[in-house]
Design a protein around this ligand. Structure first.
Ligand SMILES: Nc1ncnc2c1ncn2[C@@H]1O[C@H](COP(=O)(O)OP(=O)(O)OP(=O)(O)O)[C@@H](O)[C@H]1O
Ligand SMILES: [Mg+2]
Length: 267
């Protein structure tokens, strides 16, 4: 399998990462990584601890610099562009660890997610997000730090959606959540895709990632080791033994059904 898949439509990808190299001091974390994400797709990066999944997302969103390679988003070369400018271009990154502002209210967290918007637009977008996640509306005046883990993850995703991104980067949304809530995160991803969102998902929980995504890249030691359609990756014996606990038919996979594409745009 090639490192970069040809997409059947032959369309230009929304996100194209080529030969990306990232170093933390003397430690090289990415060794020339290449991935594509097409409009409307959910693509996942799976791989073990320290493989370079979060580093890939951080370099795409401009949180950290890259030493070599390029990132093209929506036709623009965004390599080296500061993170706050990349957000304005419509790329939202929900980082690892649900980094909500614990002392701020749920509503204020949303407003902060829309900091690049005008005041009126920020308020309107926050209302829209509170409609999307009714539990957040119930808790809108509560400090974010008092929310449950699942609710905080919902808030983190919702905050990322405030700018109506063209591409959403999600880093380990299931981390630390109880199985029922992991399922809920999977449902949220499926719903977002139905509404037209394009998502690059990083997950250690490979069963979840493969169940909700169209295509997958397996990352190992800062390189793409395998790539392909998620169903193929799910049945690849190498992936099954390394990431799926020896079985490719876990409950999580069975619970999630891939949605048909609706093409409806997010509001
Ligand atoms: N801030 C940092 N300083 C130095 N090295 C780092 C830093 N962040 C990550 N690394 C190293 O870069 C490599 C890739 O780490 P990264 O966090 O991208 O992995 P990951 O695939 O997201 O892992 P996990 O599943 O544990 O989140 C690892 O070897 C890690 O130790
Ligand atoms: Mg990580």
């Amino acid at each position: 399998m090639s490192a970069v898949d040809e997409y059947p439509t032959g369309k230009v990808p929304l996100l194209s990462v080529r030969n990306l190299v990232v170093e933390y001091g003397y430690v090289r974390a990415l060794h020339g990584l290449s991935i594509d994400v097409h409009q409307g797709e959910v693509v996942c990066l799976i791989g073990s601890n320290g493989a370079g999944k979060s580093t890939t997302l951080r370099a795409i969103s401009g949180m950290i610099p890259s030493a070599a390679g390029s990132v093209t988003f929506n036709g623009d070369d965004i390599t080296g562009v500061p993170g706050h400018d990349i957000v304005k271009m419509g790329l939202a990154h929900v980082p690892e660890g649900r980094q909500v502002f614990g002392d701020q209210s749920v509503h204020d967290n949303l407003i902060l997610g829309g900091i690049t918007l005008s005041r009126d637009e920020g308020r309107a977008r926050a209302e829209h997000e509170l409609d999307r996640f009714p539990i957040l509306r119930q808790r809108q005046h509560q400090r974010a730090g008092t929310l449950s883990g699942g609710e905080q993850q919902m808030l983190a995703i919702s905050r990322g959606l405030m700018i109506r991104p063209r591409l959403l980067l999600l880093d380990e949304p299931s981390m630390g959540l109880a199985p029922r809530l992991v399922h809920q995160v999977g449902e949220i991803i499926i719903q977002l895709q139905k509404q037209g969102m394009t998502i690059l998902l990083v997950e250690q929980m490979a069963t979840l990632a493969l169940a909700v995504s169209d295509r997958a890249y397996v990352i190992q030691n800062g390189e793409v080791r395998l790539s392909g359609r998620s169903e193929e990756i799910e049945n690849n014996p190498e992936v099954v033994s390394a990431y799926l606990g020896g079985s490719s038919t876990s409950d999580t996979v069975q619970q999630h059904q891939k949605p048909a594409q609706s093409g409806k745009e997010l509001q």
